[in-house]
Write a protein that binds this ligand. Structure first.
Ligand code: ATP
Ligand code: MG
Length: 343
């Protein structure tokens, strides 16, 4: 019996924020660790998706490796046999299935994708790749019969599209594909509603985001640790002069309490209690600044210590295994559409 598959794409680049780390990377790594007994975990780097919009190709190959290293530095266990870490472009079935699915996808349906409309509306040269990438995403999922795929709001429509094309192909050709669970079940499975949000340090009513206008309120994992500590010291607070957790009235202080708790690995309540009533914001901030500084030093050290050869070996092992799995699905589809002899 093969295990049900959890599949997730590791979209990373070199400028991940503290928000991405706690809200994106750690939950994925935690899922991989805690579910790998019961599930096959597919973690892949969607390198073919990475240039649907213009990118610096001279850096791309290294960036892809860097993504894998970042996840390893953040704690992804690559010695676990049930966790597969692979690059999409190293499993050619992704591209081949995409073409076949393309020919069963309506142009009208694709034109209505809101992500495409959002991302293309203000641009002159929009690639067919950007238009088409939900089909590649469907192939990513269907090749492995993935049941669970964590989806953010911007991807729910693409997951629905994946279900739709899988069901359509199944109706027409017999049971070719495992249909991934609907969005609601995905959310229940991954517990996405917890909604952790680290806020921008300068404008704590906005979420910390790598594409913010100013970097002053954003802590990047690649920041110089002491410069990041200074950003914390410069964080916007309020005039209440009383440390309390009140995201509406004291968003800046509340955000720092949240960051402090995450960095210490302590429950938020514990940290709130410890600081309750503290009146000197400067003292409180410098404690958090030290935590941020120490965290970045630790993280950057472990990133520098990730052994590239070990990571490449893991990628190659997984890619070999995935070529077999994906190849089986592709062959079934090729048979169904008449490109290969029937069984
Ligand atoms: P962009 O500005 O390009 O949208 P971003 O920093 O908002 O970038 P995303 O790529 O949108 O990051 O999100 C990547 C992952 O990080 C998602 O899982 C998202 O929920 C999580 N994430 C992003 N920002 C935060 C934040 N401030 N707090 C907690 N989680 C976050
Ligand atoms: Mg975002």
């Amino acid at each position: 019996m093969t295990k049900p598959v959890i599949l997730t794409g590791l979209r990373a680049n070199n400028d991940l924020t503290l928000g991405n780390y706690f809200g994106g990377m750690l939950p994925i790594i935690d899922t991989a660790k805690t579910r790998s007994d019961e599930y096959q975990i597919n973690m892949f780097i969607p390198d073919l998706h990475s240039f649907t919009t213009p990118t610096d190709h001279s850096q791309l190959y290294e960036q892809i490796l860097q993504t894998a290293k970042l996840f390893v530095a953040a704690g992804l266990p690559i010695d676990n046999e049930n966790i597969h870490l692979y690059r999409q472009s190293h499993v050619s079935a992704h591209s081949e299935l995409t073409w076949i699915l393309d020919c069963f996808t309506g142009f009208g349906q694709m034109s209505r994708m809101t992500q495409f409309k959002d991302k293309s509306s203000d641009k002159d040269d929009v690639s067919v790749g950007l238009f088409n990438y939900p089909v590649l995403m469907a192939a990513d999922i269907l090749l492995y019969g993935a049941r669970y795929v964590p989806v953010g709001d911007d991807q729910t429509q693409h997951l629905e599209f994946t279900r739709d094309i899988a069901e359509r192909m199944n109706t027409r050709f017999g049971n070719l594909f495992t249909v991934p669970e609907p969005v609601k079940k995905q959310h229940a499975f991954f517990g996405n509603d917890q909604g952790l949000r680290i806020m921008d340090l300068v404008d704590p009513t906005r979420k910390m985001s790598k594409s913010a206008n100013s970097e002053k309120g954003v802590i990047f994992l690649s920041d110089d640790p002491s410069a990041a500590a200074k950003k914390v010291m410069g964080a916007t607070t309020d005039d209440k002069a009383f440390v309390a957790f009140d995201p509406l009235e004291q968003p800046g202080i509340s955000n720092l309490l949240q960051i402090s708790a995450l960095l210490a690995g302590e429950p938020l309540e514990t940290v709130i209690e410890r600081h309750a009533g503290q009146t000197r914001y400067g003292d409180f901030k410098s404690e958090v600044a030290t935590q941020v500084n120490d965290f970045l030093i630790r993280f950057q050290t472990s990133l520098a210590n990730v052994d590239e050869a070990t990571v490449i070996k893991k990628l190659e092992q997984s890619e070999a295994a995935m070529n077999i799995q994906a190849g089986e699905t592709l062959y079934k589809v090729q048979q169904a559409v008449g490109l290969r002899p029937k069984a």
